[in-house]
Design a binder for this molecule. Structure first.
Ligand code: ATP
Length: 292
């Protein structure tokens, strides 16, 4: 399997604050990767390291087999603040895109802007926040990168625009063998498009893996009240809640749960993300190993 991104004990400190701590991660090619985690978890820091906008404090990162540097032709990046040039028109942005990027897809850019109903002569400063985001996303897609990194790309889009953008993204993934890494707090959006998930909490990777495998190996089990230390060793507890008589555990296991005392229910991506976001402890090595 070819990996588009490999991070090994990647660490980033801003002064005394550690924004990313010993992040070890591999992202396979051709996937749509959802990067989730609470505010301040280190998502933007990881993405900025991946595009060479930041230098690691320790550890290493490789993207498409190279050490990241800004302006890589095969990597598209749309930063959280959807950067555009206030004084330039949409058409001028597209012209610059064509000049700067060898693989520029002028038809895609023009068609997308027309479909969005945007006027090419309008300057970026006069666009709404959502329209500016659409322009930045169009520039990212038209570059025809092998890896497209999007930091909260849909946050400022209305629900219909979000749906259409995610659709465009999926088409680009299928047609052009694109790998996408996108951070978002909108887990329901991620659930629609992602097939790989990375959960970052408190600067550490808590979970990373193929979404279907993660959902197949995590379960919510409910039964008569039981202490955690009485559970079979193959059940790794991610979260727990108890009433006087009942216990509910969110567990990860590779084995079938055969004990008839448990009622087992399947999880959604949101359940999974919230469970790992709710954990404040460091990841247990077994948890990461088993899901890679
Ligand atoms: N330039 C900076 N200087 C100092 N600290 C920073 C800087 N950028 C980020 N941080 C800190 O690093 C930590 C991680 O920030 P980061 O922006 O990567 O988080 P995030 O997961 O993207 O958050 P959000 O979901 O709110 O966008 C935070 O504690 C933040 O305050």
């Amino acid at each position: 399997m070819t990996m588009v991104l490999r991070a090994d004990a990647l660490t980033k400190r801003y002064g005394r604050r550690t924004a990313l701590s010993e992040c070890t991660l591999e992202i396979p090619e051709g996937r749509v990767v959802g990067l989730v985690g609470p505010n301040g978890a280190g998502k933007s820091t990881l993405l900025n390291l991946a595009v060479g906008m930041l230098e690691p404090s320790a550890g290493s990162i490789e993207v498409l087999g190279e050490r990241p540097r800004s302006g890589m032709a095969k990597v598209g990046f749309v930063a959280q603040d959807t950067p555009t040039y206030a004084g330039l028109s949409i058409d001028e942005h597209l012209r610059f895109g064509a000049e700067l990027n060898p693989g520029w897809d002028a038809d895609l850019a023009r068609d997308r802007i027309a479909r969005l109903g945007l006027d090419g002569s309008q300057r970026a400063r006069k666009l709404s926040g959502g329209q500016r985001a659409q322009l930045a996303l169009t520039l990212g897609l038209a570059k025809r990168p092998e890896l497209l990194i999007l930091d909260e790309p849909v946050a400022s889009l209305d629900p219909l625009a979000r749906r259409e953008f995610l659709q465009d993204l999926m088409e680009a993934v299928v047609e052009h063998a694109l790998t996408v890494v996108l951070s978002s707090h909108l887990v329901s959006d991620l659930e629609r498009v992602c097939d790989y998930v990375v959960v970052l909490v408190d600067s550490r990777v808590q979970l990373a893996g193929d979404l279907d495998s993660l959902l197949a190996t995590h379960h919510r089990i409910t039964g008569p009240r039981r202490d955690e230390d009485t559970l079979p060793s193959e059940l790794h507890v991610v979260g727990a809640s108890h009433t006087d008589r009942q216990s509910t555990y969110l567990v990860r296991t590779q084995s079938p749960i055969l004990d008839p005392a448990w009622t087992i229910s399947q999880l959604t991506l949101e359940d999974l993300v919230l469970a790992y976001m709710g954990r404040t402890s460091r990841p247990q090595p077994r948890a990461l190993e088993a899901v890679r």
